[in-house]
Design a protein. Structure first.
Length: 298
């Protein structure tokens, strides 16, 4: 893990899975923008220790497991403030909420065992109409980029550096992505387009990269998500059962389902693409013989 200076007091930690930006306040206190996954915890802690950093605040873009994996732990350890979009903060408030948010096919006892580290109290809620959040006395501008998740936000540090979170993915990530996730793909594409209008000094993408200009990357992202939707559309002909589409996608995209949790993630991803195709009037959703089916629109 390395620290890269981006501009002024804005820095970025380069981890294998993600870029985690932070803003340095006086006396080595830092505000983290997201926290990575649980298995990066030890490395992050060592990095903070080596640099005499104390986490004073955490600003979360959205409550996906690879972004909030260490919030509860750092909050307990450093007594830091946590801010998150109000529209999704509820997901981290209890195990029941987390189960509902992620539509998990397992009882609460298993959810608790597997995701026990992801439940925490939130100090500041970021409202839908709010454009600035003050955390530890530092103002961050909020760009609302819903779609990847229901209330996803991107944020601009006082150095005019935009942390995009998961509203865009890099070209490298696109190469390996079979079905990149968007809770609401139509809205996600609109949020991606919204990013064309910004003029920040630098742009940090969670997965993963630091850019000075993102206009070509936005084009590529939009094309890529639409192309994946088209591939899924091509698996649907005359009335196909939901289960059959799931099977086809898993087989043809060479997806390895290794656990119930992975199954649930793939199911959520696929349903988002199907919703998008229904929204775009490419396919229809119907109920026949008590079963959910999709069919191509003529
Ligand atoms: Zn995400």
């Amino acid at each position: 893990m390395n620290i890269q200076k981006i501009k002024g007091n804005t820095f970025c930690i380069d981890t294998q899975m993600a870029d985690i930006p932070f803003y340095k306040i006086e006396n080595k206190r830092i505000i983290l923008l997201d926290t990575g996954v649980r298995n990066q915890r030890e490395e992050l802690e060592n990095l903070f220790k080596k640099n005499h950093f104390k986490v004073a605040g955490i600003l979360c873009s959205h409550p996906h497991v690879d972004h909030i994996g260490n919030v509860a732990y750092f909050k307990e350890k450093y007594h830091c403030q946590v801010a998150m979009p109000a529209g999704e903060a509820w997901a981290c408030r209890s195990f029941s909420n987390f189960k509902i948010y992620n539509n998990i096919h397992a009882p609460l006892s298993i959810v608790k065992k597997h995701y026990g580290h992801l439940i925490f109290d939130i100090d500041k809620l970021i409202l839908e109409q709010q454009n600035i959040i003050n955390i530890c006395g530092i103002p961050f501008s909020i760009i609302h980029t819903p779609g990847h998740s229901p209330d996803h936000i991107s944020m601009i540090t006082p150095d005019n550096v935009l942390y995009i979170g998961d509203a865009l993915i890099s070209s490298e990530v696109m190469k390996g992505a079979k079905m990149p996730y968007a809770f609401n793909l139509k809205e996600d594409l609109e949020s991606k387009r919204k990013l064309y209008n910004l003029s920040c000094s630098n742009y940090i993408i969670a997965h993963k990269g630091i850019y000075e200009d993102i206009s070509k990357l936005i084009d590529k992202n939009i094309e890529f998500y639409q192309y994946r939707a088209k591939r899924i559309e091509d698996f649907i002909g005359e009335k196909v059962d939901w289960e059959k589409i799931f099977e086809r996608v898993v087989e043809r995209f060479h997806i390895h389902i290794t656990s119930i949790f992975k199954h649930d993630v793939i199911e959520r991803m696929l349903k988002s693409y199907l919703d998008y195709l229904v929204e775009m009037e490419k396919i229809e959703i119907i109920l026949e013989d008590g079963k959910i089916k999709y069919k191509k629109r003529i």
